[in-house]
Design a protein around this ligand. Structure first.
Ligand SMILES: NC(=O)c1ncn([C@@H]2O[C@H](COP(=O)(O)O)[C@@H](O)[C@H]2O)c1NC=O
Length: 633
């Protein structure tokens, strides 16, 4: 089980490192279940540590620091600290704070001060603390060095790292500290230069600026404190400040809590480093002369496109009730880097209403959202079990909705309905009231509605449709993302399939040239078939899906299912196939022609392509080759 909430019994705070809530309240951003923090000031009670303090050495530190100065060529810059002003001379416990993101710093500083902590800080953090009325000792007072090299070296010093890393239960460690006049740190609070934000900022960033935004001293402190978690509490997330203060008030002895903070700290640094590595890899693209074909011949470090190794920073945002089936436990993770830059997609959608998202809900909502986002005209897509079973585009979105449901009302019941336009009052009412075309009575029931926007009234009406209806507001997925998928023992990586009909040449290979309207129907069917599981067949006409067959191990079977759904409407309709037809005569192509389709779009590329062309010519059907395949396994 995750969750350290229990480790801080007196805490009223829910930390980011506690198990995230599985219920979704109104207006929940799916990717960030925020902490609820107590705004109460902590009590001013000083917590006794019951551990060795080094008051004696603090009065004695001139010698060792002088000794260090002697080994340093730049002796001019070194000043021996005044032992009386040494931060730990008071015998207090010490906290080291160095923050780029100064959010809630005053709350933290005051809280620690009230608990009797001496606070040591780097330049900007120290100034911010002083402005908030918190007494602070600057790092330089301990290191006897100024911050140097434009901030590249601030805290990288034995006086800092010795104080973090020393094992309190090892006499020789403590003797070493004593000898060199170094005091221990009990709490280390650090957050890092906002590297990822900087390198992904609009307009980009120069390589040199990117390099300067790589934090070195921060991760070093975080790692040191996390390693020595038995004695040092390490905090990397402002959401955890209230929890930290509550924990310290309660005595601060729970090892589980300390280890969970250490776990979070190492995760944080790992994510940070992965972002730096990814950025550096991107900086090398174009330098390599290799191509996919000769990858085997060039050293692996110079093979382009896919990095030789990959770390994906994931953050759990919720524990799901169960996985695909009730006996499977499950959780949902967001790609931290994509969430940070609001890359769009279902993972970062806002849930306005309804029951918590389930494992299957995420998959289905993702499929519906990806599909509907591709259409330029107002469109409704209905998805069941990740397949679009109804798709319609109309200027009148209400009509598009009705047509999408009518395409397969049985499947649409309990499905996911996605729109690429705002849901207003009229559309919301239609969604609420629409009766199943199968019996004309039962109101349609959906698991999820997803759209880019809602009017206030539209949202209000939908919220009343049912308590459980999940209402999601999503932003378009960014194009060009890497798609990752797990197989036993490994992962497959590929470019996401971003090709749209605008990117595709529909080459007429039949004798019959299609009419403009037939071409539009074929393009529409093509856009739909891209989102249907292979083997995929879609029959469409007049910007409306009439039938589809998905996931069958042979294409003829998919065709039969699609034809059955389309019924009589197949006459004059367009048919799209995600991959080529291996056979034509007495097979899928001829069956489609016999049933009256007027145009077929397929990739082409079969050794029997000529049969498909002959067959279409015989039946007077137009045949388009796209040279592009849209397998979806
Ligand atoms: N170089 C160092 O020794 C060093 N020590 C701490 N930092 C970072 O400096 C930042 C805080 O700086 P300031 O307090 O000056 O605003 C923190 O994000 C911290 O991670 C450092 N900077 C970068 O490496």
């Amino acid at each position: 089980m995750f969750g350290v909430g229990a480790a801080a019994p007196t805490s009223t705070a829910t930390s980011a490192i506690t198990a995230a809530t599985t219920t979704t309240s109104a207006h929940t951003r799916l990717h960030s279940i925020n902490a609820t923090t107590s705004s109460n000031s902590p009590s001013s009670a000083l917590i006794g540590c019951g551990r060795v303090q080094f008051c004696s050495l603090r009065l004695n530190c001139g010698g060792p620091i002088k000794a260090m100065a002697d080994t340093n060529t730049n002796t001019d810059t070194i000043s021996v600290p005044n032992s009386a002003s040494h931060p730990s001379a008071s015998g207090n416990k010490q906290a080291l704070i160095s923050l780029s993101d100064k959010k809630d710093l005053a709350f933290l500083g005051k809280g620690l001060q009230e608990l009797g902590y001496t606070i040591v800080s780097t330049g900007g953090t120290a100034s911010a603390l002083e402005s908030a009325g918190v007494s602070v000792t600057k790092v330089e007072q301990l290191t006897s060095f100024p911050e140097m090299l434009d901030g590249r070296v601030k805290t990288l010093h034995p006086s800092i790292h010795g104080g973090i890393l020393a094992r309190r239960d090892q006499k020789h460690h403590m003797d070493d500290l004593n000898k060199h006049g170094i005091a221990t740190f009990d709490v280390v609070v650090v957050n890092l230069y906002p590297f990822y934000n900087k390198v992904t900022s609009t307009g980009g960033i120069e390589f040199e600026d990117g390099i300067e935004n790589i934090d070195i001293g921060g991760p070093a402190m975080i790692r040191a404190a996390a390693k020595n978690n038995k004695d040092v509490l390490v905090v990397v997330d402002p959401q955890d400040y209230p929890l930290l203060l509550e924990f310290l008030k309660g005595g601060g002895d729970d090892q589980l809590f300390r280890r969970r903070l250490a776990w979070k700290a190492f995760q944080h640094v790992a994510s940070y480093d992965s972002a730096v590595a990814e950025w550096l890899w991107k900086q090398t693209s174009g330098i390599s002369t290799s191509s996919a074909d000769d990858d085997d011949k060039v050293p692996y470090l110079f093979q382009d496109k896919f990095p030789p190794s990959l770390t994906v920073p994931l953050e759990r945002v919720s524990s799901l009730r169960y996985g695909e089936n009730p006996h499977q436990k499950a959780a949902f993770y967001v790609d931290k880097r994509l969430a940070e830059v609001n890359a769009g997609g279902i993972a970062t959608a806002i849930q306005h209403h309804g029951k918590s998202m389930s494992y299957n809900n995420y998959l289905d909502a993702d499929a519906a959202w990806n599909c509907v986002s591709e259409f330029k005209n107002p469109t409704c897509v209905v998805v069941k079990h990740t397949n679009p079973c109804g798709v319609a585009s109309r200027d009148d979105i209400l009509e598009a909705y009705r047509l999408a449901v009518k395409a397969d009302p049985v499947s649409a019941f309990g499905g996911i309905v996605a729109f690429n336009v705002e849901i207003d009052e009229a559309l919301a009412k239609e969604i609420r009231e629409f009766r199943s075309p199968t019996d004309g009575e039962t109101r349609m029931f959906y698991e999820i509605v997803v759209a880019p926007k809602y009017t206030e009234k539209g949202l209000e009406i939908l919220q009343k449709k049912s308590k459980s209806l999940r209402i999601l507001e999503a932003q378009k997925n960014e194009k060009g993302k890497l798609s990752l998928r797990q197989v036993g023992g490994g992962w497959l990586a590929q470019d996401s399939d971003d090709l749209t009909p605008q990117d595709i040449q529909f080459n007429v290979v039949s004798e019959k040239a299609p009419q403009e309207s037939e071409l539009r129907d074929a393009e529409f069917a093509w856009l739909c078939v891209k989102h249907v599981k292979s083997n995929a067949i879609v029959i469409a006409k007049n910007n409306c899906m009439l039938g589809m067959g998905s996931g069958q191990p042979n294409r003829v079977e998919s065709l039969r299912i699609a034809l059955k759904k389309a019924g009589d409407e197949v006459k004059g309709a367009a048919l799209a196939s995600d991959a080529f037809f291996p056979f034509a005569w007495k097979d899928a192509v001829e069956i489609a022609c016999e049933n009256g389709v007027s145009i077929i779009a397929e990739p082409g590329g079969s050794i029997r392509d000529a049969d498909a062309v002959d067959c279409c010519n015989k039946y007077g059907v137009s045949l388009l080759f796209t040279n592009v395949r849209h397998f979806r396994h």
